[in-house]
Design a protein around this ligand. Structure first.
Ligand code: FUC
Length: 826
C-alpha cells in the first residue's frame, strides 16, 4: 500500500522539478535542470494502475513500459522483431477468376451481388497477418517497501529517461531507466541516499513459450513467438539480465538475481532475436544479445547515459515549440482531465513533442517501422495484431517525420516499402494478373500482401500508391536526388500495377480501380452492407498523385520519358473530383454520401491532407466541398480520426476548429470516442500510436504549410495561441523555418535554406521588410511545382460553393544554400 501525504507529495514533486534526474549520484548534490527542460516532463504521484498509465521508453529495438510499482516494479518488455508465425505470404491463387465476376457485377450496378461474391472468394484464405508480441516482463521486488511517502514517477522526454523516487523508512530511493540508443541495452539504476540500503530480487518472465536459466551472473530467458493462423512460429529470442553492484552483493540462479545491501545496483538488460529480414530468420539470438550486453557492461552508467542523451537530443532538440507558460504543478493525468476546460496550451506543446519522442523511440534507421502501437505492446495478440494497417494508420505514423525534422527516421518505412515492392509482385501477378507490385490494407513483419480481415475491409489494392507518396515527399523536403533514383523503380512498379488493372467504367469511360473500397466504409448500410466499389474518390486521388509524382520524377531524373507520356495519357482519363447534392466532396463515383454519416475514415479528403490536390487558392469549389464533407462527418471519433481532422482543419485554414479537435483528443477516454490515456498515449480506444503522431503533424500543419506553391506561415493559428514561437520546422524545398509571434502577429522570422533557390512565403499579415519582395509570376522553385487538377464535376450551382479567401500576401526571397535569413517585422 502506498501512503502519500498529498501536500508533501506536491512539494516534493515541485522540488523534484529542480533536480537533475540523469547524472545524479546518490548522496551528491544534484545539478539544476535548465528551465526549458521542465516543459517536457510527464509526471505522476502514484504508480501506474494499468498498462495505459505506464511510461514508454524505447530505442527502436527494445521497448519498455515502466509501471513504477513500489513493492514489485514491472517493466514490460518489447523487442521490435518478436512476431508470431514465420516467413510467408498470404496469397490466394484461386481469387483471380472471381475478380472478373466482381468487376462485371459492379459494372452492371449489381452492388449487393458484387459484395457477396467478393466476400466469398476474394476475402482472406490463408491468414490475416501475424501478431506483434510482447517479449516479457522484468520484475524487481523490494520486499517491505509498503508504506512509502513522497512518491513521484516521471518521464523526461527532453532526455528519454524515466525515474521513480520515494521515501521509505527515512531513506530516499530512486530508480532510473532508459533504453540506450547507442548501446542497445535497457539500463536500470537503483540507488538510495544512505549506504547499503538497496536490496531487491530481479526476475524475468514471459507469457510466450519460454525457459529460464542462469549462467555465471546472467539470468537468461529463451523464448519463441507464437504459432498463429496456420503459420508455425519461427522467431526465437533471448533476454539477458546482468547486474553490477556497488557495495553489498548479489547471487544469481534460475529463480532470479538477489541483490543484498548494495549502495547502487545497476541492471543491464539486452534482448535479441533470430530475425534478419522478412525471409531470413537465421541469426543466433543468444550470441546477439550477449554481444550487446558484454559491450555495454564494460561501460559505466553515466558514460552510457551521456552517449544515449547525446544521440537522442541530436534529434529531439531540432525543433523548439513554445505555446505558453508552463503549468506543471499538477500531474500530467490531471492536466489531461482539465485540458478541455482550462487554459493550458503548454500541454498541447508537450503532446507535440511527445509525438516526436515516440517516433525517435520507436523508429530508428535500423529498426522495424513503428507499428500500430509503435514498439509498445503488452499482449500476445494486441489490437488488430498490432500490425501495419496501411489504409491510414501506418502512413499517419510518419506524417510528422519530415516537417518536424526527423527525416532519417523514415528509413524503416522506406525499407519496408522496398520489401513490399518485392513481396507485392506475387500478389499483383497471382491475384490480379498484373505487372508491378501491390498490397492490400494490412501487412506485417513478413510483408504479406494478400487480403486480410475480409473483403469488406480488406479488398483495397491502393496502399502501394499511398506508401509511394512518402517517397516523393521525402524528395520534396530533402532534395535528395540519389534517394529518388534509388526508389524510382519502386514507384514505377506501383504505377505499372495500375496501368494493368485500371478498368473503364461504363457511365463516363473514366479509368477506375475496380474492385476496391473507400477504406472500410459502406455505401449501402444494413445487415448486408456493401463497401466493394469501383472508382472510390480516394483511389482516384491516390493514382492521380502516384502518376503525377512519377511524371515529375522522370523530369527530375531525366529518364523514362515514354513511360511518363503513357502516365500523362492515363492520368487524363482518371475521374475528376465530384461535388454532390449536399455540396460535399463525393466519397464514391456516385452521389451516395449522407449528411449524418460520422464514419471515422475520411478517405476522400486524402486530396486535402495528406495529399495536396485541393487548394483554397486554386480549387476554391473543391475546397468548400471538402469543408462541407468534414462538417458533415463531425468532430468526435476514434483517436486517429480526430488527429486526421486536426490536419484537415489546418489545411482548411481554420485554427480554432483544429484546436477544438486537439481539445477533443487530449481529453480522458470515453466510451463514445477516443482521447488520451494518463500516459499521453492516444486512445482509439484501445491504444493506437497513430493518433499521437497525427496530432503532432496537425500542430505542425497549423503553424506551417508548404504544399501549395508557397510556404504558408502560421496558416491556422488558433485564438488561444496568442503568442509563441516555433523553430526548426521543415518546409518542402529544404527550408528550415523559425517564427516568433505575439498578438497573433509574426514579429520575427528566420529562414535557413539547405538547397538554395526561390523561397516564396505566404502570410496572413503584411511583412513590412525591404528585403522581402512582393511575389511575381509562378514560383520558380521546382519543389513547389503544383500539379494541374482536372476541373471538378459540380452537381450543384458553382455559386453555392463560393469561398472567401483569407487576405494573404506573397513574398519572394532568393536564397543561397547554407544561409540563414532573419527578419524583424514591424
Ligand atoms: C483500421 C481502422 C480502425 C483501426 C484499425 C487498426 O481498420 O478503421 O479504426 O484503427 O485500422
Amino acid at each position: 500500500m502506498i501512503k502519500i501525504n498529498l501536500s508533501k507529495g506536491l512539494l516534493i514533486s515541485m522540488l523534484f522539478c529542480l533536480t537533475s534526474v540523469v547524472l545524479a549520484q546518490p548522496g551528491k548534490s544534484q545539478q539544476a535542470l535548465k528551465p526549458n527542460e521542465q516543459r517536457y516532463r510527464l509526471w505522476y504521484n502514484k504508480p501506474a494502475a494499468n498498462w495505459n498509465e505506464a511510461l514508454p521508453i524505447g530505442n527502436g529495438h527494445i521497448g519498455g513500459m515502466v509501471f513504477g510499482n513500489v513493492v514489485q516494479e514491472r517493466i514490460q518488455l518489447n523487442e521490435g522483431t518478436i512476431w508470431g508465425g514465420g516467413p510467408n505470404n498470404n496469397l490466394d491463387s484461386a481469387a483471380a477468376p472471381h475478380l472478373t465476376e466482381v468487376r462485371s457485377l459492379l459494372t452492371q450496378k449489381k452492388y449487393a451481388e458484387a459484395q457477396q461474391v467478393a466476400n466469398k472468394y476474394l476475402g482472406p484464405k490463408g491468414n490475416s497477418g501475424m501478431p506483434y508480441q510482447l517479449a516479457g516482463n522484468l520484475y524487481i521486488q523490494f520486499p517491505g517497501h509498503e508504506e512509502v511517502t513522497r512518491y513521484s514517477r516521471d518521464l523526461d522526454i527532453a532526455k528519454a529517461v524515466a525515474t521513480v523516487s520515494y521515501t521509505y523508512k527515512n531513506v530516499e530511493y530512486k530508480r532510473e531507466y532508459f533504453t540506450s540508443f547507442t548501446d542497445n541495452v535497457l539500463l536500470v539504476r537503483l540507488t538510495a541516499n544512505k549506504p547499503r540500503m538497496v536490496s531487491c530480487q530481479i526476475n524475468l518472465q514471459s507469457p510466450l513459450k519460454q525457459r529460464l536459466t542462469a549462467t555465471n551472473n546472467d539470468l537468461i530467458l529463451a523464448g519463441s513467438g507464437s504459432d498463429h493462423e496456420n503459420q508455425q512460429s519461427k522467431i526465437r529470442f533471448n533476454i539477458i539480465a546482468r547486474t553490477k553492484i556497488v557495495g553489498g552483493g548479489s547471487t544469481t540462479d534460475s529463480s532470479g538475481i538477489r541483490v543484498q545491501n548494495a549502495d547502487t545496483a545497476l541492471i543491464y538488460l539486452s534482448i535479441a532475436t533470430n530475425f534478419v529480414n522478412y525471409k531470413d530468420v537465421s541469426a543466433q539470438p543468444y550470441q546477439r544479445a550477449l554481444k550487446f550486453l558484454d559491450a555495454a557492461y564494460k561501460k559505466r552508467f553515466n558514460e552510457l547515459c551521456r552517449a544515449h542523451l547525446k544521440y537522442y537530443q541530436a534529434y529531439f532538440n531540432r525543433v523548439h515549440l513554445n505555446l505558453g507558460t508552463l503549468n506543471n504543478s499538477q500531474p500530467t493525468d490531471v492536466r489531461i482531465q482539465k485540458f478541455a476546460t482550462s487554459r493550458d496550451p503548454q500541454l498541447a506543446e508537450l503532446y507535440f513533442q511527445f509525438g516526436r519522442y515516440l517516433l525517435i523511440s520507436s523508429s530508428q534507421p535500423s529498426s522495424q517501422p513503428a507499428n500500430l502501437q509503435g514498439i509498445w505492446n503488452g499482449e500476445l495478440k494486441g489490437p488488430w495484431d498490432s500490425k501495419y494497417t496501411v489504409n491510414i494508420n501506418t502512413e499517419m505514423n510518419y506524417w510528422p517525420s519530415e516537417v518536424t525534422q526527423l527525416t532519417e527516421l523514415n528509413a524503416p518505412l522506406f525499407n519496408m516499402i522496398g520489401e513490399l515492392a518485392e513481396t507485392g509482385k506475387s500478389s499483383a501477378k497471382v491475384m490480379y494478373g498484373a505487372r508491378g507490385w501491390m498490397l492490400h490494407h494490412n501487412t506485417d513483419i513478413w510483408r504479406v500482401t494478400g487480403v486480410v480481415d475480409g473483403a469488406f475491409w480488406g479488398l483495397w489494392p491502393t496502399a502501394n500508391a499511398w506508401l509511394c507518396q512518402h517517397l516523393w515527399e521525402h524528395y520534396l523536403f530533402t532534395g535528395d536526388r540519389k534517394f529518388l533514383q534509388q526508389y524510382y523503380p519502386v514507384m514505377k512498379g506501383a504505377a505499372q500495377y495500375f496501368i494493368d488493372v485500371l478498368q473503364k467504367e461504363p457511365d463516363h469511360g473514366w479509368l477506375v480501380v475496380s474492385p476496391s473500397v473507400s477504406p472500410e466504409h459502406e455505401y449501402i448500410g444494413g445487415r448486408n452492407a456493401v463497401s466493394v466499389t469501383a472508382g472510390a474518390t480516394m483511389d482516384n486521388q491516390l493514382v492521380f498523385g502516384l502518376f503525377s509524382n512519377l511524371i515529375n520524377a522522370s523530369t527530375v531524373l531525366n529518364t523514362d520519358q515514354t513511360f511518363a507520356d503513357t502516365l500523362k495519357t492515363l492520368r487524363d482519363k482518371l475521374p475528376p473530383m465530384q461535388v454532390g447534392q449536399y455540396g460535399q466532396l463525393q466519397e464514391w463515383l456516385n452521389d451516395l454520401d449522407s449528411k449524418t454519416d460520422n464514419h471515422r475514415h475520411v478517405s476522400h479528403l486524402y486530396g486535402l491532407f495528406p495529399g495536396s490536390q485541393i487548394s483554397p487558392f486554386r480549387q476554391p469549389q473543391l475546397f468548400t466541398a471538402a469543408r462541407n464533407s468534414l462538417i458533415y462527418r463531425g468532430d468526435v471519433s476514434t483517436g486517429w480520426s480526430m488527429a486526421w481532422k486536426i490536419n484537415l482543419w489546418a489545411r482548411l485554414l481554420d485554427g480554432n476548429h483544429a484546436y477544438k479537435l486537439i481539445k477533443d483528443q487530449i481529453s480522458p477516454v470515453s466510451k463514445q470516442s477516443g482521447g488520451t490515456y494518463p500516459n499521453l498515449f492516444d486512445a482509439h480506444p484501445p491504444f493506437q500510436i497513430d493518433g499521437n503522431f497525427g496530432c503532432t503533424s496537425g500542430i505542425a500543419e497549423m503553424l506551417l504549410q508548404s504544399h501549395d506553391g508557397a510556404i504558408y506561415l502560421l496558416p491556422a493559428l488558433p485564438d488561444e495561441w496568442e503568442q509563441g514561437s516555433i523553430s526548426g520546422l521543415m518546409a518542402r524545398g529544404g527550408f528550415k523555418i523559425g517564427i516568433q509571434w505575439r498578438n497573433h502577429r509574426i514579429y520575427k522570422l528566420s529562414v535557413y535554406s539547405t538547397l538554395g533557390g526561390q523561397c516564396r512565403l505566404r502570410s496572413n499579415q503584411m511583412l513590412n521588410v525591404k528585403t522581402l519582395k512582393t511575389a511575381r509570376g509562378n514560383n520558380t522553385n521546382p519543389y513547389f511545382k503544383t500539379d494541374r487538377i482536372s476541373k471538378p464535376v459540380l452537381k450543384i450551382p458553382a455559386m453555392q460553393l463560393a469561398y472567401n479567401q483569407p487576405e494573404s500576401w506573397l513574398y519572394d526571397l532568393h536564397t543561397q544554400p547554407g544561409k540563414t535569413y532573419t527578419f524583424l517585422i514591424k
